[in-house]
Each structure stands twice: as C-alpha cells, then as structure tokens.
Design a protein around this ligand. Structure first.
Ligand code: TEU
Length: 544
C-alpha cells in the first residue's frame, strides 16, 4: 500500500466546548486551544480533530450548523480560527475540521428559506413529504435521538425529515445544488490550510427516505467520489468518515486508495459491543471479552492493504474507556495504560480523545438536571414513557451517556479544574483535584507519559514500520483473561500481552524475549514460558 503521512500520525480530538475557556463565559474557546498547543506538542500528537466551532444555536452543541463559514461567537472569531490554523501548522500539527453535512440547523438560511413555501428555490435542499392518509407522519422512520424522524411544518402543511433532533433537518443530497454548496464550503476551509475533515454520519448522505433509510445508501459512494474530486482530493489531507454500520468489506469501499474516496473510517463494532441490539446504550448488556478480541483482531486483518483503520476507544459520544471497560478506582492508572498500549501497538491511525491521556473518568451526577446532552434528555423522556424506570435510565446515563465525555478538561487542582474562571457550562467531574494535567506532568509514571512513550514508539523508534505496517496475529483467542497479539515484519517481532483481569495470572507464551519495550508496571524479569502478570499488567516485548 502506498505510504501516507497519516499512517504514521496520531490524532487528538478536541471537544472545544469543554477544552479551555479564556473568556470566562464557562465555554471553551479557540484561544484556549491556541494556549494549549504546546501541551499537545509535548504529548507528541500530529493532528487535531476539532469538533464543530461553526455558528450554531447549540441544540446539539454545534452539530447543528447555521453558518458553515463563520465561527460561533462563544468560541471566538474567524481571526482566532485563522490564528489557530497558523499556530498549529507552525508546530507541525494539522487541523482536521468536523464536516457536518448530513443535516443543518433549522436556523440555517437555507432552511429558513425552504420552509417559507413549497416553491421556494431552497425547498428541495431538504426532504419534505405530505402527511399520511391519517394526517400523521409520512412513515415510521425514527430519529436517532428518539421519536419520529418527521416534524410537521404548519406553514406549508408538510413534514420535513430529521434523523437527529427536529432542529437538525436532513439535507437532500440528491439535489446537485446541495452537493455544490457543500463542495464550495469545503474548499473555503481547505484554502485556509486545514489538514482535512472528519465527516459526521457520512454513511447517511446516500439515503433513501421512502424505501427506508439505509446507512450506505446506493448514492453514497458516487457522492463521496464526486466530493473527493471536487474538493479534498486536490489536497494532501486526512479524511475520516463516521460510519456506524461499517463492516470491513464496507470500510474497504470507503478507504481503498484506488477508489478515491476517504482515507479511513470510524467503525463502531467494538464501541457498541455491550449495547442491546434494539434498545442500544440504554439497555447495557455484558461485555464479551472473547468477542471483543475477535472484533479488534478482525479489523486488524481484514483490510489487508485495501483500506486503513482508525483506532479509538473514546470520543465525545462515548463513555470514557477507563470507566467503561477498565477499573477507574484502585486500578485506574494500570487500566488506562493497558488500553493505551493495546490500541497504540495496532495497525491504523490512533485517536486520543481529550482527557484520555490523563485517565479522566465517567461522571456520576445524581440529578438529571445536571445533564445537558439532547440525546440523553430526549431518551430519558421517551424511555420512561416506554416503561423504563428512573433508576434504569440513570444507571444507563451513568454508564453510557454522552456527557461522560463532555465534562470540562481537568487542567489543574484549582477551582473548576483550571478550565474556566466563570461558571462551567457543564459541571467539572469532582475528581479533578487528583486527576488533572498538572499532576500528570509532574509524575514521570503518569498515564500522560505512557501515552507519550507509545506515540514516540510509533513515530520515532526502530519499531515504527513494524507497528505501522507489520502483520498482526492474535494469540490465545479463547483465553478469558489475556489479550495477546504479535506484530511482525522482516525486521522485528513484537509481542503485547495484557492481563485484562483483576487477578494475578500465569501463562506460557511462545517465544524468547529480546527486550522489554514498555510495561504499565515496574518491569521485572519476565519469563515467557511461565509469564506471571499482575492485575491489568500489560507488557510490550521485542522477541528474538
Ligand atoms: O454522531 C452520530 C450518532 O448517531 C451518535 O450520536 C451515536 O449514534 C449515538 O450517540 C449512539 O448512541 C454524530 C456526532 O458524533 C454526534 O455528536 C451528533 O450528535 C450526531 O452525529 C448528529 O450530528
């Protein structure tokens, strides 16, 4: 496969609202990101994925855009944005913007026009249908945020389609004018020197509304090839599609370089492994470790040179990994380092979500009033109508609610964790006095420095090419406690062994140690024929 710069890169996702506030309004801003660029440089990352900062009524915290070519005032100005791009690029850090074009805000001028009349020139920028015979919704398609995917518009007596909130009307991608407007907007940003796009729910733009919604609709790949040709394909940039339903075969369609579509996709097979197939995250199921290893390994071996993986545990929609599948109490540091090692020794581009590098945890707010996320609040309301109890929903929110990832970044032990001098838009996790960047930077054994070592290993060590391009082989597939795999090429054979349990275990592993590369404990003399591992102990070896 032709080598690309983003094969060797590590991406850091910033949810700007919660990163760093410099204005005192309680909301993170662009100047706060500029202020922290040297911190990110210290960590060693190469790319920032910046969640949306465009003008928005913030119904979905910026994933509802009312002006794609202007900055939301709470985040700053276009001058701040230009400075951020310049300052990041000056540090060798590329800025990837979030492209949210499956839908706009209902306050976007296109929608304000479209809903004026049925013959408005912008009407077909969106998807409208007459009421059903009984006057109700046109069909039974549902919103991802609960409830119907149709909202009635009194002015014109039709329903409009919204796969997310009713304030996020879906764009009609069949309309060439919509596609042209999007390409033009993308080139506006590319001309500013950004490093690429993360494409929000991009699998949905090929939609077929009446013959039901299908992520990966028939027009999807032609639209992506057209978008590549008309915009980012003319730049050396990273593009990553958010594709909830992708399988390895589908991922190849998006990321095989010969197809001129995207660089890679986010797939969520592992990320939804303990969610009920019908009820999703609101009915958490048990974590199946064997299946988890199988899924992670399948994605390592099935693209075989015809596509590229993204690697992630966290993002702004997912609970924090150290709480979700680790142990965020007495083994928080060990399990955070374990997950970091497991992911960063794999093939693909790793993504670190803000706070993951210091082991930030889920939050446990007692009252629903302390939560902000529209998805959480709408599902709480509707699931109680469906018979869920308050306790069931609170338990699901504590486990899987999106606000777990959105509490403000914990910079130090001062008030509001040094995030703001005002009132934070969402309360800071009460554990900030112990879990914060300042403490992490002062402790050479912190999770931060473990991430820094892993990033350095991937990018600058003698093992780089083995990690980036080497073969992957899962060991002990049926072992209920051990996650072990090999990465190998003609130069090196690396072994990762993780004790994914709270017990001390002993295993016999084939091979002879040449040297220990990295451990999450003080290394001892490891003997592979009788390898003793402490709780969550994870070691990376170079084998002979
Ligand atoms: O997320 C897609 C999405 O559907 C997620 O919200 C996910 O399905 C859900 O949380 C799983 O329960 C993207 C953005 O990442 C998300 O923040 C936006 O809310 C959404 O699209 C709409 O733009």
């Amino acid at each position: 496969m032709e080598k690309k710069w983003w094969h060797r890169s590590v991406v850091y996702q910033i949810y700007p609202r919660s990163f760093k506030d410099t204005s005192g309004n309680g909301v993170g801003d662009l100047r706060g990101i500029i202020e922290k660029l040297d911190y990110l440089k210290e960590l060693g990352i190469d790319v920032i994925w910046l969640s949306p900062v465009y003008k928005s009524p913030m119904d979905d915290n910026g994933y509802d855009i009312s002006d794609y070519q202007d900055i939301a005032p709470e985040f700053g100005t276009m001058a701040d944005m230009d400075e951020l791009i310049e300052e990041a690029n000056a540090r060798g850090i590329r800025l990837v913007m979030d492209l949210v074009v499956n839908h706009t805000s209902d306050e976007h001028p296109w929608f304000l026009e479209a809903k004026k009349s049925k013959d408005n020139p912008y009407r077909d920028y969106y998807i409208w249908r007459d009421p059903a015979e009984d006057g109700g919704v046109p069909n039974d398609l549902g919103s991802t945020f609960s409830g119907p995917a149709w909202e009635y518009d009194e002015t014109t007596g039709q329903y409009y389609f919204h796969l997310f909130s009713k304030r996020q009307p879906d764009l009609n991608w069949e309309n060439p004018k919509v596609r042209e407007e999007v390409h033009q907007m993308m080139n506006f940003w590319l001309e500013k020197g950004i490093g690429g796009f993360r494409m929000d729910v991009i699998d949905l733009i090929g939609k077929e509304v009446d013959r039901k919604i299908t992520g990966n609709g028939p027009q999807l790949h032609p639209f992506l090839q057209e978008m590549n040709h008309k915009s980012f394909g003319n730049y050396d940039v990273l593009t990553v599609g958010e594709t909830w339903g992708a399988t390895p075969e589908i991922a190849k369609l998006y990321s095989d370089p010969k197809r001129h579509e995207l660089s890679m996709v986010f797939q969520f097979e592992h990320a939804s492994i303990d969610w009920d197939p019908q009820e999703g995250k609101w009915r958490p199921t048990t974590f199946d470790f064997i299946k988890f290893k199988e899924i992670m390994s399948k994605w390592q071996t099935s693209l075989n040179g015809e596509g590229w993986n993204s690697l992630f545990w966290n993002n702004h929609d997912l609970p924090r990994i150290v709480s979700r599948w680790g142990n965020d109490k007495e083994y928080r540091v060990e399990t955070a380092k374990m997950f970091a090692s497991i992911l960063h020794l794999m093939q693909g581009t790793p993504y670190i979500y803000q706070g993951e590098e210091i082991g930030m945890t889920n939050v446990h707010f007692e009252s629903l009033d302390q939560y902000n996320d529209i998805e959480t609040l709408q599902f709480y309301r509707d699931n109680l109508k469906k018979g869920y109890t308050h306790e069931q929903m609170m338990d699901a929110i504590w486990k899987n609610g999106r606000d777990n990832a959105r509490t403000p970044m914990q910079w130090d032990g001062s008030e509001h964790a040094g995030f703001t001098t005002g009132q934070p838009w969402l309360q800071v996790n009460p554990n900030y006095e112990s879990i914060n960047v300042s403490n992490a930077l002062d402790n050479k054994d912190s999770i931060f420095y473990h991430y820094k070592k892993l990033i350095d290993l991937r990018k600058n060590s003698e093992y780089s090419d083995t990690i980036i391009y080497g073969e992957y082989k899962l060991l002990l597939p049926d072992d209920e406690q051990i996650f072990a795999y090999i990465r190998e090429d003609e130069n090196y054979k690396l072994l990762l062994v993780a004790n994914f349990s709270e017990e001390e275990v002993t295993r016999a592993i084939e091979g002879e140690v040449n040297q220990v590369i990295l451990s999450n404990y003080d290394a001892t003399d490891y003997n592979l024929s009788s390898l003793k591992l402490r709780p969550y102990e994870t070691v990376i070896f170079e084998l002979k």
